[in-house]
Design a protein around this ligand. Structure first.
Ligand code: BG6
Length: 507
């Protein structure tokens, strides 16, 4: 069911988007994702009045827990990670819908128990047979769980109700495994019922790329190869891999965030105007960008990857990647990756898109910088423009959400001297509402059956098509470079841009 999209119809702007009767089953309740993101977001939605009063939440895991034990786990997660304030009345009402089903994923009896539980909830909480299954588990287990859901008649909805499945990246390890994963899910759930979470698409600032581009006259005329010199998309994190060695080793920066978050950002920046903001129209335009991407022939000269070595960060000494607990001492997994891509379209011909992502970098910042060409002629002396760089529009995704426009201005004084100045838009200054967490928006959209912010399998596969040759090249090449923790990555990344006569921004 496609609900009216608020971006499409301004009349709908103030209609509250509240989920109808439904419930959610989480597989993997003991994991980080469920604890830090999913459970707190559910509480935040309840606190904002966006969940139905009888909302039910069922945990499924191999633990000897009763409902109250599960409620305690959710309580701790909410207390620690929820965005909105804790309200006893909201919590109490929500917790009445908590159930726990113990069992392993291959345990038929446990799935029968799950079926009884959801039937009971339909009767007592009025969930109307509407259920989302959240697979907060490693992708290797998607197949087992999906098959169990089908076998125990949990996947097919009764007439008039819905069943949906939510999966998290990584959607595969390469193109072949992504296709296999998709086929597995498709055996059980029709494509419209599969919601792939790329949490970057749930971020307000990411959605604002569309608003900024297509609601204004200002930017679009210069959004092309005539004016844009290059685009830099940076996702820098100051944290290391923390307790996630098991997940990260063998995955690395490119698979972890470039394949999904950064390529999605690139698609939003580069795409043509969609005919509407419904899922299909957006997919068509994003897909065209991904299809047009060309990887430069010299992967050796146009990419860079490295691992962090020990160093200093925030005044503390930190260990290198290979010394992190749980990482194989000869691991070749990269914690930093930078790639150059070309979008072979009339709009973007000759404009490189530089994407970089890394852990233990100088600071946490995600931004898209559109760097413009220099003015064709500068009627000033060379000394007057010594401190003038290129104009740039920087979309700050996080943490200081907003936008900066950089341009040259005369320095006050008797001589003509031109220097860069910034014009800033800060979310915090312009709006009183705080931005919801990405997971709040995305979980609500799952419950509403509203798919525009979820990548389709075509996009996932096209993204792997872009990365596969690069990953293969890196694999053949062997050991990655290194960079000291707390810096902006390896020398090879700087050299990669220097070859094109450019430099990375130091955000
Ligand atoms: C996740 C990655 O998708 O995004 C993590 O798996 C990364 O490695 C995280 O730390 C960063 O998310 P955010 O929203 O803090 O930028």
């Amino acid at each position: 069911m496609n609900r009216p999209n608020p971006l499409r119809d301004p009349e709908d702007r103030r209609l509250p988007r509240i989920a109808g009767p439904c419930g959610m089953v989480i597989f993997g309740v003991t994991g980080d994702l469920a604890r830090k993101k999913v459970m707190p977001a559910i509480y935040d939605l309840a606190n904002r009045g966006l969940l139905p009063p009888g909302f039910s939440l069922v945990g499924f895991a191999r633990r000897d827990w009763a409902d109250q034990d599960f409620a305690q786990i959710v309580y701790d997660a909410v207390k620690e990670h929820a965005r909105t304030e804790f309200r006893e009345d909201v919590w109490k009402q929500l917790a009445e819908g908590f159930r726990f089903v113990p069992g392993s994923f291959d345990d038929d009896a446990a799935f029968e128990a799950l079926r009884h539980t959801v039937e009971e909830l339909d009767l007592t909480r009025g969930s109307g047979g509407n259920l989302a299954f959240y697979l907060a588990i490693p992708p290797g287990l998607f197949g087992t769980v999906a098959t169990q859901l089908r076998k125990h008649h949990l996947a097919d909805p009764a007439p008039g109700s819905w069943r949906r499945v939510v999966v998290e990246k990584p959607f595969g390890h390469d193109l072949a495994s992504a296709r296999a994963l998709n086929a597995t899910l498709a055996e059980v759930f029709p494509s419209g019922s599969v919601f792939r979470i790329d949490h970057y698409l749930g971020k307000e600032t990411v959605q604002n790329i569309l608003a900024m581009r297509f609601a204004n006259t200002l930017f679009e005329p210069i959004w092309n190869a005539n004016f844009v010199d290059h685009v830099q998309i940076t996702m820098a994190e100051d944290i290391g891999i923390g307790g996630r060695a098991g997940y990260y080793d063998g995955i690395g920066a490119a698979r972890d965030v470039i394949q999904n978050h950064l390529l999605q950002l690139m698609a939003l920046v580069a795409m043509e105007e969609p005919t509407s903001f419904d899922a299909e129209s957006l997919r068509i335009e994003k897909q065209k960008v991904l299809e047009s991407v060309q990887i430069p022939r010299r992967i050796d000269l146009t990419t860079s990857r490295a691992q962090y070595a020990g160093g200093w960060q925030g005044g503390a000494k930190v260990v290198g990647f290979l010394d992190e607990e749980g990482i194989a001492p000869d691991s070749r997994t990269e914690t930093f990756a930078a790639i150059t891509l070309n979008v072979a379209t009339r709009r973007w011909a000759g404009v490189p898109f530089y994407l970089r992502a890394g852990k233990r970098l100088g600071r946490r910042v995600t931004e898209v910088a559109i760097v413009f060409k220099r003015a064709p002629h500068l009627p000033f002396t060379q000394t007057a423009t010594e401190e003038l760089t290129q104009n740039a529009l920087v979309i700050r995704i996080q943490p200081d959400e907003g936008m900066t426009l950089r341009f040259g201005s005369k320095v006050p004084g008797p001589s003509m001297e031109i220097r860069d100045v910034n014009m800033d838009f800060e979310y915090g200054d312009s709006f009183t509402e705080a931005s919801p967490e990405a997971y709040e928006r995305l979980i609500l959209d799952v419950l509403l059956g509203d798919p525009p912010l979820f990548p389709r399998h075509e996009e996932v596969e096209l993204s792997w098509r872009i990365l596969d040759p690069i990953l293969k090249y890196w694999e053949r090449k062997g050991k990655p470079d290194t960079y000291p923790a707390g810096t902006w990555g390896p020398a090879s990344a700087d050299e990669m841009l220097a070859r094109d006569g450019r430099t990375w921004r130091r955000p």
